[in-house]
Write a protein that binds this ligand. Structure first.
Ligand code: AMP
Length: 328
């Protein structure tokens, strides 16, 4: 049996062996499989990194972000046929099952799959459909923040424990308040922003750099340049200045500039957190822990804002990309 974090931008697979969970990397050594599918020019179905690369060259050849449409009647057209969100998800699940089978002896037949706490029945059922298509029987569907809490070690704390799960991924933000007692993890309140994540920070930074330097990348280079800015953004989480190349020219950008360029995004996050706390009739001071989940919580500005507002040190004990899959 495997654990699956079926994410909007990336998905991961884990296995529980010798008493501990372990994330399983693919043949390329990558633990994160982009949640992307595409059709190659020879008609072959591409999944993950290969699909994402193909979509850079031909955006109409496939689909990403189908998790957003799970449980709706959305249909996508590519590769000469229509695809439902569940069919797209099924290809990701099948790929993760295949990756897991590289690591364990024999066939993998069942899985625990995580879904957002706010997923309605239709969305959960669409996830079950996807698993069925992929040939996996689902032992349990677990809420993502619940899985994160388990991974952080909150299976059965001695006293009633209240934790905030702060999950900022590539494209979505979710805040969830959990109460944990006697082996039961209860979602007390949740909120989020369906279109806000690390990718938006990168886009805002790209726009800011282009405006400031009155420069735009040539169309054929636009994706590569964005990837370069993405790396610069990550570097600015630990350094105060970094360089960005604009064609033949190199310019310096600072962390403070990055922070200012993305301020309007950051300002939307804390009100959602405060709302979640007040819905659960609690406040920062009553929390036992704040768990950081999702790759974009590595951003220094996101971390600092949360630490300042809450007056405490958010828990970054686990790799924020791995927490949900480990919990699953
Ligand atoms: P996820 O899909 O949860 O792994 O989130 C991926 C997002 O995390 C991407 O948008 C990345 O830009 C962002 N990210 C990863 N590492 C860093 C970092 N060091 N600083 C800022 N953002 C990061």
């Amino acid at each position: 049996m495997i654990g699956i974090d079926l994410g909007t931008t990336n998905s991961l697979v884990s296995v529980f062996q010798n008493g501990t969970p372990r994330i399983l990397p693919n043949e390329m050594g990558e633990t994160m499989t982009p949640s992307a599918i595409a059709i190659a020019s020879d008609g072959q179905i591409l999944v993950g990194r290969a699909a994402k690369d193909r979509l850079v060259v031909d955006p109409g050849a496939g689909k990403t972000q189908f998790k957003r449409d799970m449980g709706s009647d959305a249909k996508y057209r590519f590769g000469g046929r229509e695809w439902s969100p569940a069919e797209c998800s099924a290809l990701i699940l099948r790929e993760l099952k295949r990756v897991a089978e590289l690591h364990v002896d024999g066939e993998v037949t069942s899985a625990v799959i995580t879904v957002p706490a706010y997923f309605r029945d239709e969305q959960r059922n669409a996830t079950l459909d996807a698993a069925r298509i992929a040939g996996l029987s689902v032992d349990r569907v677990v809420n993502e923040p619940t899985a994160a809490a388990l991974a952080f070690g909150y299976q059965s704390p001695e006293a009633e424990t209240t934790v905030l799960v702060f999950d900022l991924g590539g494209g979505t933000f979710d805040a969830t308040l959990l109460e944990i007692f006697d082996g039961v993890i209860e979602v007390k309140a949740s909120g989020g922003i369906s279109h806000l994540g690390g990718e938006d920070y990168t886009d805002a930074f790209c726009r800011w750099i282009c405006e400031k330097h009155k420069w735009t990348p040539p169309k054929s280079e636009a994706n590569r340049w964005r990837q370069h800015v993405e790396m610069t953004k990550r570097r600015l989480s630990s350094k105060s200045v970094a360089t960005v190349s604009l064609g033949s020219k190199e310019v310096e950008v600072s962390y403070d500039e990055f922070r200012a360029a993305t301020q309007s995004l950051s300002e939307r996050i804390l009100p959602v957190v405060r709302r979640c706390l007040s819905d659960a009739r609690t406040d920062f001071g009553s929390l036992d822990d704040i768990l950081l989940v999702g790759g974009a919580t590595r951003s220094r500005n996101v971390y600092d804002d949360l630490a300042t507002a809450s007056g405490r040190v958010p828990n970054r004990k686990l790799d924020p990309d791995h927490a949900i899959a480990l919990g699953a």
